[in-house]
Design a protein around this ligand. Structure first.
Ligand SMILES: Nc1ncnc2c1ncn2[C@@H]1O[C@H](COP(=O)(O)OP(=O)(O)OP(=O)(O)O)[C@@H](O)[C@H]1O
Ligand SMILES: O=P(O)(O)OC[C@H]1O[C@](O)(CO)[C@@H](O)[C@@H]1O
Ligand SMILES: [Mg+2]
Length: 324
C-alpha cells in the first residue's frame, strides 16, 4: 500500500524528547512529499477525532521543549476491542495510511492490537522515562529524567550534610529499577532500594550507623517508587518506630518528567523519528525503533511489547560496592 498520509500520536506518560521525535517525523515525511496528521491526546484524542495538520513550522522551536506539543493521555477505553475498531474507522475516514506511536510498553500493546485486529500499519518509537521496554537499551526521556533527579539529590545532599540527616529520596520508574540505579550510582547514594526489594530495615539502619561511626555526616537512600508512589513514608515510619532513627522523605515525582531534553534524548529521538517514517514508507510494519549495542535500528514491534527491567539491574553490585 502507498503511504500518503502518516498519523502521529504520543501515549502514556510524557517524556523529554518526545517533541524532538515529532519534529523528526514531520520534517522527514514532508521532505519525502508525505502529509502528516497530528493526533492530539493519544488514543483518547484519536477516539474523539482530535486531528491537526502538521507543517514545517508546526514543529519549529520545539526541539528544546519538554512534554509533547501533541499532548498525551492514558485511555482505558482503548483497551477494549470495540473502541480499537472505532479508532481504525476514524483513521481510515481521515485517510491516514499508517500510524506512528510514541510511548511506552502499554502504548505499544495498543499499537500491536491495531495491527493484529485490523492490519493497520503501525510503527512505535519508545518514549518513556522508565526505560523499561524489552529489546531496547534506551527509551527517549530516560537520561533527562536521570539528570533532573541527580541535580535534585545533589541539592538534598547539601541540606543532609548541613544538618547531618538521613534522607529517603523516592524516584519515579514504577516497576523499573533503571532510574533508581543510575541516580544512586551517580549521586553516591548510601543505599538503593529497588522496586521489588523487601526492605531489610535492620540492614539499612546498620549501614547508616556504620557510616556515622566512620564520620559520615549524611545518608541518602534512593527509593524506587514501585507499583504505588509513596512507599518511602512506610519505610520512614518503621525506621522511626522500631529503630528510633529520624529520616526525611523527599518524593521527586513529576519534576522528573518535565524539562528540556538533554543531548542524548534529542539525538536519539531525532534518529528514531527519521527512521520510523522510512520504515512506514518501506512497508516495514509492525515495527519499532530501538537502541541495540548503542545503535538506533528497527525491530519487529512484537519484540517490544513486554516490560523489561534488564537495562540497569547489572549495576546493583557496582552501587553496593561503591557505597560502603
Ligand atoms: N494491552 C493493551 N491493549 C490495548 N491498549 C493498551 C494496552 N495497554 C495499554 N494500552 C493503551 O496504552 C495507554 C498507555 O499505556 P500505559 O499507561 O501503560 O503507558 P506506557 O505507554 O507504558 O507509557 P509510560 O509507562 O511511560 O507511562 C493506555 O492508557 C491504553 O490506552
Ligand atoms: O503521571 P501519572 O499518570 O501519575 O503516572 C506516573 C507514572 O508514569 C511514569 O512517570 C512513566 O511511566 C512512571 O514512572 C510513574 O509511575
Ligand atoms: Mg510503561
Amino acid at each position: 500500500m502507498t503511504v500518503k498520509n502518516i498519523g502521529i500520536l504520543c501515549s502514556g506518560g510524557d517524556s523529554p524528547g518526545m517533541n524532538c521525535a515529532i519534529r523528526a517525523v514531520v520534517r522527514t515525511a514532508i521532505s519525502r512529499g508525505i502529509q502528516v496528521t497530528g493526533i492530539k491526546r493519544g488514543y483518547a484524542g484519536l477516539l474523539r477525532g482530535e486531528f491537526m495538520q502538521m507543517n514545517l513550522s508546526s514543529v519549529g522551536n520545539i526541539i528544546q521543549r519538554g512534554g509533547t506539543i501533541l499532548q498525551t493521555s492514558r485511555s482505558p477505553e482503548f483497551q477494549k476491542v470495540e473502541f480499537r475498531k472505532k479508532a481504525v474507522d476514524i483513521l481510515r475516514a481521515q485517510h491516514i495510511d499508517g500510524l506512528i506511536i510514541i510511548g511506552g510498553d502499554g502504548s505499544f500493546n495498543g499499537a500491536m492490537a491495531l495491527w493484529k485486529e485490523h492490519q493497520f500499519p503501525v510503527v512505535g518509537i519508545p518514549g518513556t522515562i522508565d526505560n523499561d521496554i524489552s529489546n531496547t537499551e534506551y527509551t527517549i526521556g530516560f537520561n533527562t529524567a536521570v539528570q533532573t533527579a541527580i541535580e535534585a539529590v545533589d541539592r538534598i545532599r547539601d541540606t543532609a550534610h548541613s544538618h547531618a540527616r538521613t534522607f529517603l529520596v523516592e524516584v519515579m520508574g514504577r516497576n523499573s529499577s533503571a532510574i533508581a540505579l543510575k541516580v544512586g550510582v551517580c549521586t553516591g547514594a548510601e543505599n538503593i532500594l529497588l522496586p521489588h526489594d523487601k526492605v531489610n530495615h535492620q540492614k539499612l539502619v546498620d549501614d547508616i550507623n556504620r557510616g556515622i561511626a566512620r564520620g559520615k555526616e549524611s545518608s541518602i537512600i534512593i527509593v524506587a517508587e514501585g507499583p504505588v508512589a509513596g512507599r518511602s513514608y512506610d519505610i520512614q515510619h518503621v525506621l522511626k518506630d522500631m529503630y528510633h532513627l529520624d529520616a526525611h522523605v523527599a518524593i521527586l515525582g513529576h519534576i522528573q518528567r518535565g524539562g528540556s531534553p538533554v543531548a542524548d534524548d534529542r539525538f536519539i529521538a531525532s534518529q528514531m523519528g527519521n527512521m520510523a517514517v522510512e520504515a512506514l514508507l518501506g512497508g516495514n510494519v509492525p515495527s519499532v525503533t530501538v537502541v541495540q549495542k548503542g545503535k538506533v535500528l528497527m525491530t519487529d514491534l512484537a519484540n517490544c511489547t513486554t516490560k523489561a527491567d534488564h537495562n540497569y539491574i547489572e549495576y546493583s553490585g557496582l552501587a553496593e560496592t561503591l557505597s560502603i
